[in-house]
Design a protein around this ligand. Sequence first.
Ligand code: HAM
Length: 429
Amino acid sequence: MIKAITGTKDILPSDVSRWQYLEKLLRETFQLFNYKEIRTPIFEETGLFARSIGEETDIVSKEMYTFKDRSETSITLRPENTAGVVRSFIEQSLGAQQSLNKLYYIGSMFRQERPQAGRLRQFHQFGAEALGSTSPLLDAEMIQIAFHILKNLGLKNLVVKINSLGIPEVRENYKNVLRDFLMDKKDKLSEESRKRFETNILRIFDSKIEVDQTIMKDAPLLIDYLDTQSKSDFDVVENYLTRVSIPFEVDPTLVRGLDYYTKTTFEIVSGSVGSQSALCGGGRYDLLVEELGGKATPGVGFAAGMERILLACENEKSLNLPADLIDVYLIRVDSNSEEQLDVNLKLDLEVANLASMFRRENLICEYDYLNRSVKAQMREANKYNAKFVVFVGGDEFKNGELNVKNLANGDQQLIKIEDFEKLKSLLKN
Ligand code: HAM
């Protein structure tokens, strides 16, 4: 038996309504904030991700699905979508058409991480990118959009964490300060952090290992070294969030796992999903467009993990979706005998015709394709949560009538087949 690849998941019909609910909510939310959808390919040239996310990051160095295609081009399944959106922005000259592009996306991402609750190898993100303005109002707007969606899903156990990584010169300068601080403590760090000391020193703050955390507790913080512009932008973000009543905490150790960030970064974490607690993350990336060969254009954005969000909803029992209903189930009442085959066929066509008339009226309708008994058809009607059943056949049908039963209160009515208007208005109630 061929099984699904480790870290991938089937989204089955029994689960899909939660996905559709989330997708509807986020499309409505992006529309509210006037973001337009962009759809980019799920694979790109490997170099795009290496150059934007950064060679030394975990994503690029350990987690990407990279392969050579038949023409020996190195291809990577997108591990995130900021790089693809920026590539498209540059290639399609979106900046020339509009000075500020507010874009959003929904789709599959791929990272070869160790699967666990809330961490998959094919997962789904929705996200937004605003390209063309340095205004910190947009940084805060990103947080507001994400928070709006999570709140509207009924999630409670949320913490918004914000930080600023400043401009690159400040960050380089700070890295030296951090290097000086760690120099004589380096040998006590975990192996992973010793490696990061050489390659990506800020990420030592992300270590979950106790020795690292003890050492980093006293480390100097980047936020105390910020340039004036980054500082005042950060103040705007804080003031905006306060003004719109979004609770947040400043977390000076929030460094994020992708290299393209400048100034504001943020995450929203949930206390309801275990160790993979970040429901979304993002920040500003004012240099990325230029680094990828475009005209210097500032940008800011975020992405959120949909599996994690739905897991949080499940754990908090925050989504109480109504059960799927159908309006009407048509029950064929036939004689079931061999001699009556032509009668049965006539009834089948009658049922199919009525079904198509109902569907033309936007009534959700189902009937039996398996030649089941009346009792079994009734069971099906209940399984589908039908509001009404309509019996087609028997003596009533011979008399030109249909027996209509309201399953909620058991009321039955005979309605003339020609009187479709009456039938329709009854079913629409
Ligand atoms: P990220 O923090 O790498 O940022 O991912 C964003 C979110 O995707 C995470 O907070 C998490 O909810 C979800 N996620 C990441 N990896 C997995 C996984 N293996 N399984 C399930 N969910 C996962 C980005 O991707 C940036 N592109 C965000 C951004 C947009 N920054 C600026 N613009």
